[in-house]
Design a protein around this ligand. Structure first.
Ligand code: C2E
Ligand code: MG
Ligand code: MG
Ligand code: MG
Length: 285
């Protein structure tokens, strides 16, 4: 009986694995055509600076990739980014994201939005590609966006994969004036000793630490420690996934400089973002 259970468990496992890899293959093939078929778009989530007076001022946007397939519907980036990375498709897609996000920033300038920064997520695969600093320089020049308005988000894994190379790439991007931040900070395995060598200006505190802030004393201790360490190292902090006033009040009290999350806004299509930003700017003026 044990034998039979074992075999069934094994067969169940393999058929599930087969279904998973069939879906991955299907997505990879569909993703190959997604760019040319204009199925990819960007949504933008507003980022806010927490001013001393208690106001939250919109200062930037994070570009988040969206894929709508005619039969598969909306596919989450959590599912398709790893497939794009494994297949190398992340390189053309990532380049498109960069160009589209910065072009959008210029359109918002023309529409009278305040001068915002644009945060773009970078995959480790893009980060390892030797052409990255030149590519970024080319897209900045092509769109006419000054380098300081672009913020590239890397994960700890992308940086720690090959720290020597990461430091060299960060130095090149820094020399061009581009800003760098570490995304999902606290979830990876970055060594604190590298933090002072990395040319990053900001740590994005992962939403997993923010989620239970008001109930979980350990999460509060972690977030407090990250904010204080960042302050001591001269780094900014932005908390991700802020959904409640209670979380916001804690973050503000501890001296976190910036926030983004559903409490303020979900990621929005470009036009809705512009409306949101304009309405918000009028109110606070
Ligand atoms: P991320 O860069 O850490 O982005 C934050 C994610 O949290 C986004 O999910 C956003 O929609 C979601 N979020 C924002 N505020 C809240 C909140 O208050 N509560 C909760 N529960 N979630 C919130 P999304 O858009 O599904 O993106 C998931 C991940 O996919 C991103 O995590 C990023 O790692 C990756 N990704 C998205 N776009 C790109 C891209 O253009 N290039 C690369 N390489 N990765 C991307
Ligand atoms: Mg991000
Ligand atoms: Mg994140
Ligand atoms: Mg993430």
């Amino acid at each position: 009986r044990a034998k039979r259970d074992g075999r069934n468990a094994y067969r169940f496992f393999t058929s599930e694995m087969q279904a998973q890899s069939a879906r991955a293959l299907l997505l990879e093939n569909a993703l190959r055509r997604a760019l040319e078929r204009r199925q990819l778009s960007l949504h933008y989530q507003p980022q806010f600076a927490l001013d001393a007076g208690g106001a939250a001022r919109i200062v930037g946007a994070e570009a988040l990739l969206r894929w709508q397939h005619p039969e598969l519907g909306w596919v989450s980036p959590v599912e398709f980014i790893p497939i794009a990375e494994a297949s190398g498709l992340i390189l053309p897609i990532g380049e498109w994201v960069l160009r589209e996000a910065l072009s959008q920033l210029r359109r918002w300038d023309e529409a009278g939005l305040p001068q915002l920064t644009m945060a773009v997520n970078l995959s480790a695969v893009q980060f390892r590609h030797d052409d990255l600093p030149e590519l970024v320089g080319r897209v900045l020049a092509g769109t006419g966006v000054p380098a300081w308005r672009l913020e590239l988000e890397l994960t700890e894994g992308a940086a720690m994969d090959n720290p020597a190379m990461a430091i060299a790439v960060m130095n090149e991007l820094d020399a061009r004036g581009v800003r760098l931040s570490i995304d999902d900070f606290g979830t990876g395995y970055s060594s604190l000793s590298y933090l002072k060598k990395f040319r990053v200006g900001k740590l994005k505190i992962d939403q997993s630490f923010v989620r239970d802030l008001t109930e979980d004393a350990e999460d509060r201790a972690i977030v407090d420690a990250v904010i204080r360490m960042a302050g001591a190292l001269g780094l900014q902090t932005l908390a991700e996934g802020v959904e409640t006033e209670g979380q916001l009040a804690f973050l503000r009290r501890q001296g976190c400089q910036a926030v983004q999350g559903y409490l303020f806004s979900r990621p929005l299509p470009a036009d809705a973002f512009a409306e949101f930003a304009l309405a918000r700017t009028m109110v606070s003026v």
